[in-house]
Ligand binder design. Structure first.
Ligand code: ZN
Length: 112
């Protein structure tokens, strides 16, 4: 699945199989949400929260004030990989929602 999408020019990425096949997108979301749940239990994620920095506003928060933010939203084909998730505070995560200012950095961040 991945090799097919990566042969496309960068700006075409989001018009891939996920847009063409809603069933596949639902399946992707289900898998990646489950992976996010697992990732939240890992030592690695607890360390990230321990640093206490929101990657969007750069302010410091208690671990419980931070959420898992997907740089590329799962609903847009992003993965629950270490490179695609960062701690963000709740206000920032809400603000960001599904906005895609991050599309540009897709290549560096989403590949795991
Ligand atoms: Zn923030």
């Amino acid at each position: 699945m991945r090799s097919a999408t990566f042969e496309l020019p960068k700006h075409f990425f989001f018009a891939t199989i996920f847009d063409l096949d809603p069933f596949l997108l639902q399946k992707h979301i289900k898998i990646e949400k489950a992976k996010a749940r697992e990732l939240r239990q890992t030592q690695w994620w607890k360390q990230q929260l321990g640093l206490g920095i929101c990657h969007l506003c750069g302010q410091k928060f208690a671990a419980k004030g931070l959420t898992m933010d997907h740089l590329i939203p799962v609903s847009r084909g992003g993965k629950s990989s270490k490179k695609n998730v960062k701690p963000s505070c709740r206000p920032c995560n809400l603000k960001k929602s599904n906005r895609l200012a991050v599309e540009i950095i897709f290549d560096e961040k989403n590949d795991s």
